[in-house]
Every structure is written in structure tokens, then in C-alpha cells.
Design a protein around this ligand. Sequence first.
Ligand code: UDP
Length: 255
Amino acid sequence: MARRRKLYEGKAKVLFKGPEPGTLVQYFKDDATAFNAKKKGTITGKGVLNNRISEYLMTRISEIGVPTHLIRRLNMREQLVREVEIIPIEAVVRNIAAGSISKRLGIKEGTVLPRSVVEYYYKSDPLDDPMITEEHITCFGWATPHELDEIFAMSVRINDFLCGLFAGIGIRLVDFKLEYGRFFENDEMRIILADEISPDSCRLWDSNTNEKMDKDRFRRDLGKVEEGYQEVARRLGIWHDSTTEDKPRRKKATN
Ligand code: UDP
């Protein structure tokens, strides 16, 4: 990766120029930040886990017909993705009150919402990602009304699908954040899912104990952060205690 051209370095990922035009390499770091980078740390092995988890979830999502930027995972920390023009909006989908909605509206954490809620935030570090309305998005041209309709419909669809997927492995999908981009192909433009879906961008609670298995373990100093991420990957069936660099699972000895 040393000789690749770095295009952008974010808090948890680095983007490099890809091997072909229109592609990028997305590298997952172990760095963790919270509260708009006011809290910083490292979670050993996080990049490897998020790469695998995001690959798995994006693949499942593309199988239900929602287009994503993922082309394929390249190695432990990198994936090849389609280059998109990022729409400067974060779509947050919530099923259960936690984090900022609990603080803002005084709803007790853990309250199941009467229905799923989609919120939008403007991606801006200097402004601390302020919450915005659809009116702001179309007024300032961050997305057209048609694009926004598509973003909303895709977010609801992804939420329904992921709620079921996680429920099947004993996990409650409390909330999560999605990012989208414009993908240009043969003079046509499509909105596709970009960025990542991982315990960095989702709240995931154990269905029986409500134990947190996501970045809140880091944000709130709960300890065992890597273990939480590992448990998510283990339940998804993509992580085994012996998992190391792309090593195939050892075959069971016969006799
Ligand atoms: N989230 C994220 N990136 C952000 C802000 C939020 O991935 O910049 C995710 C967060 O992990 C949670 C959901 O979006 O799963 C809702 O976050 P919330 O608005 O409660 O913000 P918080 O104050 O917890 O960051």
C-alpha cells in the first residue's frame, strides 16, 4: 500500500487511488474517534473486523437489489470499491432510542420507537455534523428531491433487511448511519450505498442481555471493545477464533 496514491484520510479509513479508473481502495484503520474526534484511541484489530463485517453486510444488501460501492474485499484491511461522488449527508435510521435522540428529546435509552425514524445530518467536521431537514438538503442542493426520495427508500429497505438479519443472530439493530454517493456509468447516474456498515456506524445490542457490541463500548469506556466487534463477526459466521490473515479454516482431521 506504500506506493499507492492516498486521496483522502478520514478518522477510521484511508482512500487510495484504485488499480482501474473509477475504482478506489478503502483501507480500514484501527484508529477510533468519538464525539467529533474529541476522544481518540486505537482498537487493536478493529480495521480487520470492520473490513470483514462491512464486506459481509454490503454483499447481503446488494443481493436484495440495493446497489453498493463494494466490488470485492482485497485483503485483511482493504476493499476495492467504486469511486463515487459522496453526497454530504449522513442518513441515520433508528429503531430504538439511544445516543443523540435520547439526549435531544429526553427519550429513555432502550425505548422501542413507535416506528423507525430516518434522520439526516450534514457532514461537516467544523460544524459537528448538524442535524438537518429534507428542506435544507434540497434548498442547498446537497441532493435533489428525487435523489433524496431514493436515499430514504434505500435506507428503509436496508433497515428492514438488517433488522431481520441481526435478529436471526440474537442482535437488536438499535440504530445505524448510512452514506450514499453518485455513481456515473455510461452517461447514467445512480445513487449507491457507500462508506461502511460496521459496529463503528451501528448500535448493536445483544437481544437477551442488551449488552452493547458496538462503538459505544469505546465511547463510554465499557472495555472489551474488540471483543464486542469480534462477537458480532462471530455470530455473522465470518469470524472464527483461529481467524488470521486470510488463512483457510483448518480441515477437521478424519480419524
Ligand atoms: N453515527 C456514525 N457516525 C457519525 C454519527 C453517528 O456512524 O458521525 C452512528 C452511531 O454510531 C449510531 C447512529 O449513527 O449508530 C446514531 O448516532 P447518534 O446520532 O446517536 O450520535 P452519537 O451522539 O451517538 O454519535
